[in-house]
Design a protein around this ligand. Structure first.
Ligand SMILES: Cc1cc2nc3c(=O)[nH]c(=O)nc-3n(C[C@H](O)[C@H](O)[C@H](O)COP(=O)(O)O)c2cc1C
Length: 230
């Protein structure tokens, strides 16, 4: 065995791709698959965590509540096993549908239960320090709906500032993919939810090809940012 092979094996980086959608044939799952392929092509070993398929329970439990002052607390076996998967990852890529301008409950519960005190935060050097995260959110709102800017701001504040910065991540980016629905949604001035005509034929194909391109650009930009010297 050559030295090159040994070095390659020991330096392989891991990406934890987290999917938060109940349907395996969803657009969300499809985008997660594209991101997985791109990460694999870039040399990452991908650990795919499908929260629904793995029956992750997002409800907080007594066993997983922080014990303030005890940073060494052992949490529930489910939480501890998720912590090990996070520790093994260099980058984390949650892929999710935007629900009410936020992450869906299953993903929120994963953060609440697993990104816990003494593990993700509460230390001068958090265990997640230096890791990088790319949040890929799909939204039904039409790309040109004014809500999209607000959504980007809301998600960036919650995910980059509220969570990733707090946990010592070296980088956190939100890639927002609006226009995910075939009948794109928009609010009128009176607050009514209006649906555009369903996209069909070549227009539909071009629309989803564009959405896929945007998703892959988010992944590429995220990977390229790692190459920039600090
Ligand atoms: C409970 C719920 C809340 C939603 N909230 C929003 C929202 O705040 N903004 C938005 O643009 N779309 C919203 N949507 C639409 C989803 O973002 C959209 O259906 C999804 O991203 C499409 O991806 P999928 O085909 O993989 O489900 C919501 C959908 C549901 C079911």
């Amino acid at each position: 065995m050559s030295h090159t092979t040994i070095d390659d094996a020991t330096t392989t980086r891991t990406a934890l791709v987290v999917v938060a959608h109940p349907r395996r044939d969803s657009l969300t799952a499809h985008i997660a698959e594209l991101a997985t392929r791109r990460l694999t092509a870039a040399g990452y070993h991908v650990d795919l965590l499908d929260l629904h398929a793995e029956n992750f329970d997002p409800r907080m439990t007594a066993a997983d509540l922080p014990e303030w002052g005890n940073r060494e607390k052992t949490y529930s076996p489910e939480t501890e096993s998720h912590m090990r998967r996070i520790l093994a990852a260099d980058v984390i890529v949650p892929v999710f549908p935007v629900y009410w301008l936020q992450v869906p409950a299953i993903l929120k519960g994963w953060i609440d239960r697993v990104w816990n005190y003494g593990f993700a935060y509460g230390r001068s050097k958090p265990r997640l320090a230096g890791k990088r995260i790319l949040w890929l959110g799909l939204a039904g709102a039409a790309d040109d709906d004014a809500i999209v800017e607000l959504m980007q701001e809301a998600l960036s504040t919650q995910l980059n500032d509220g969570i990733a910065y707090y946990c010592g991540f070296a980088q956190s980016s939100v890639g927002l993919l609006a226009g995910a629905e075939e009948k794109r949604q928009r609010l009128d001035d009176a607050g009514n939810l209006l649906f555009d005509e369903a996209l069909t034929g070549s227009i539909r194909e071009a629309h989803y090809a564009g959405l896929e391109d945007r998703a892959l650009s988010f992944v590429d930009d995220f990977l390229a940012a790692d190459q920039v010297p600090a």
